[in-house]
Design a protein around this ligand. Structure first.
Ligand code: ATP
Ligand code: HSE
Length: 321
């Protein structure tokens, strides 16, 4: 459960005085997520999600994330809407952390994504990529190619204590990525963490995207690569081409990929797998033993990395070469 910062009822009541949402009826910490502390807060005016922003979120980036959710919601894209306080601002402070409330989104994330879920997620991602066209905020991706090697150096040879041989394998992958990384592809604001646990469904239908706290400006096709990793491997780390073909097909019905984007897909998938392997590895080693959080296993994205290392071209993803 991701509650790094706990709050007392008194602190919460004090914080809620800055809103016009009525009395507090109940609240509880949310038993999911690894990045921020989240609470579901039941007020007279309804249910809301309260987030206390933790280590990976810089306070100066919050206006970008909040503005993005506002922008997308105003365009009719299904995502949480930030809640304004009495003074018109969104970001406050609670228990020493920056904090904000957003609207509660109906739906559940798919524990075992089906081909239909993958297609829905692909279409939703493409809709987001179109909807950001006139968003004026800019945020550099702080977890892209130039950031991976420094992140890895903070783990260094401890990597081998987690998985034997991992340090050398990662260095070789970073060398390869540095040589092949595409730069000249369509870009804009991407979600950058479109995993199943951030995509809600009502039945088989997409009902909303959450957790925009890695959103940044980067290649649209990189966002697709993140989603292919996150949705299309089964529990035994086997890649399911039917799922990837469904995701890519649905994505392209909304936003067709260019030839260059298609060609770059294997490299982008290698990079996305490496990014999640590295952050999970870092957290595996650095998360305090007393933190109330279920750490994510770096072995899973390592298996993704290995699949993409061997991928010869777009055909490996069910795309025509
Ligand atoms: N707007 C919302 N409406 C309904 N539930 C939400 C909303 N935002 C968050 N949640 C719930 O809180 C959980 C954790 O939220 P979130 O994914 O934002 O946390 P996180 O710590 O940033 O997670 P992650 O590990 O995905 O980065 C979600 O799985 C969902 O159950
Ligand atoms: N989606 C990420 C966690 C949030 O950074 C992962 O699965 O590693």
């Amino acid at each position: 459960m991701a509650v790094y910062t706990d709050i007392t009822e008194g602190e919460l009541r004090h914080f809620l005085q800055t809103y016009e949402l009525g009395d507090l009826l109940s609240y509880r910490g949310i038993a999911e997520g690894v990045e921020n502390s989240n609470f579901i807060v039941h007020l007279e005016r309804g249910e809301f999600i309260l987030t206390l922003y933790e280590k990976r979120v810089n306070e100066e980036d919050l206006p970008f994330f909040i503005g993005l959710m506002d922008h997308l919601a105003a365009k009719g894209f299904a995502c949480p809407r930030p809640v304004k306080r009495q003074d018109g601002t969104v970001i406050g402070h609670l228990a020493g952390r920056p904090a904000a409330m957003v609207t509660f989104l109906e739906g559940v994330w798919p524990r075992e994504p089906s081909v239909v879920h993958c297609a829905e997620a692909g279409a939703a991602l493409a809709q987001m990529h179109l909807a950001v066209a006139d968003y004026e905020g800019y945020r550099r991706n702080a977890l892209t190619l130039p950031d991976w090697r420094p992140l890895f150096e903070q783990v260094g040879d401890k990597a081998d204590e987690v998985i034997d041989g991992l340090a050398e394998e990662t260095r070789a992958m970073l060398d390869r990525l540095e040589a092949e990384w595409p730069t000249d592809l369509p870009s804009g604001v991407i979600h950058a963490d479109a995993f199943p646990d951030n995509v809600f469904f009502l039945g088989d239908r997409f009902s909303g995207l959450i957790d925009f706290y890695f959103a940044c400006n980067d290649l649209f096709a990189y966002d697709v690569a993140v989603a292919l990793n996150a949705w299309c491997f089964d529990a035994d780390h086997r890649f399911d081409r039917q799922k990837s073909a469904a995701m890519l097909d649905a994505y392209q019905r909304v936003r067709p990929l260019s030839d260059d984007e298609r060609k770059a897909l294997p490299a982008l998938c290698r990079g996305a797998a490496t990014r999640f392997m590295l952050t999970r590895l870092y957290d595996w080693i650095h998360t305090p033993a007393d933190a109330t959080v279920t750490k994510k296993d770096p072995r899973q994205p390592l298996a993704w990395m290995r699949y993409h290392a061997a991928a010869s071209g777009p055909g490996a993803y069910g795309l025509n070469a």
